[in-house]
Design a protein around this ligand. Structure first.
Ligand SMILES: Nc1ncnc2c1ncn2[C@@H]1O[C@H](COP(=O)(O)OP(=O)(O)O)[C@@H](O)[C@H]1O
Ligand SMILES: [Mg+2]
Length: 275
């Protein structure tokens, strides 16, 4: 590849991790992680509890410094890229009496942005209404958030992350505590964010199944190491047995994928069935 091509390729990556290593509390939490993510690509980060998923997001957000390796966002250092990244933290259950309306929650995403406070009242309201419409939340825009369902709340958090128009959104376990129907709705919404709006999505979850219809690639984490590729390339007995360091089986039933024997324990368990 010519150096010009290499340059173009590099610029084309919204997120680039190379040779990433993170140690926490004297333990290697992430080792040798390499990842390049394109504009509008949807990457699912899958792994059991403690696999290092949240740590990976914190590294991308610049909240955890890697011991080795590089993180570049649109070719920039993470510290110069804050405005390019939206973040949906692990969900929370607001107090039912919290006097915060849905639209106020979404507006918080505007106030974190550099230009958030400089918008006039009408412009500001327009931006908030627009973000509410992206996630089909107009209907409950003026309701207190403590009265909303988990799925409705999750949609608002996606709108909050999108309102400042980032190039990439990171979501940490956005499907936890949602019923299957709401999980599918949130996945469908986030899939459209990636594939129709061109925003790069990195979504963390312990169960890959809800993501199968939309995910372009999977980053499967176990023992601090990662396997990266399409689902067909990564979610295979040979690949995952190597990743886990012991034999696991990949079983497909009724359109679902189960990884059997995939935890670090000796027992036959399903690593992706619960968190
Ligand atoms: N600040 C920290 N200090 C020490 N160990 C940590 C710290 N944060 C996370 N860990 C450990 O790193 C591992 C990965 O954690 P985490 O990234 O939260 O996993 P996941 O999100 O996949 O459940 C766990 O073993 C966890 O205990
Ligand atoms: Mg986590």
């Amino acid at each position: 590849m010519s150096s010009l091509n290499a340059e173009l390729e590099r610029e084309d990556a919204v997120l680039e991790l190379s040779g990433l290593r993170v140690r926490l509390g004297g333990r290697a939490v992430l080792q040798d992680i390499d990842l390049r993510v394109r504009p509008g690509e949807f990457v699912g980060v899958i792994g059991a509890n403690g696999a290092g998923k949240t740590t990976l997001l914190k590294v991308i957000l610049g909240l955890v410094r890697p011991d080795e390796g590089q993180v570049r966002i649109a070719g920039r250092d993470v510290r110069d890229a804050r405005s390019l990244v939206g973040y949906v933290p692990q969900s929370f259950s607001p107090d039912p009496d919290l006097p915060l309306r849905a639209r106020d929650l979404v507006a918080l995403g505007l106030d974190g942005a550099r230009w958030g406070f400089s918008l006039g009242g009408r412009q500001r309201r327009g931006r908030i209404d627009e973000a509410l419409s992206w996630v089909d939340a107009e209907r409950y825009a003026d309701q207190p958030i403590g009265r909303l369902s988990g799925g409705e709340l999750q949609r608002l958090l996606v709108a909050q992350a999108l309102i400042a128009q980032p190039r990439m959104v990171l979501l940490d376990e956005p499907l936890a505590n949602l019923d299957l129907r709401s999980q599918d709705d949130v996945v469908d919404l986030v899939g459209r964010v990636a594939h129709e709006r061109g925003v790069t999505v990195v979504l963390v979850t312990h169960d890959m199944n809800p993501l199968l219809p939309v995910m372009d690639r999977i980053l499967y984490l176990a023992r601090g190491q990662a396997a990266l590729g399409t689902v067909d390339e990564v979610v295979r007995g040979d690949v995952l047995s190597q990743l886990y360091g012991h034999h696991v089986d990949v079983v497909r039933v009724h359109g679902r994928i189960l990884v059997v024997g995939g935890t670090d324990s000796e027992s036959l368990t399903c690593s992706t069935c619960d968190g």
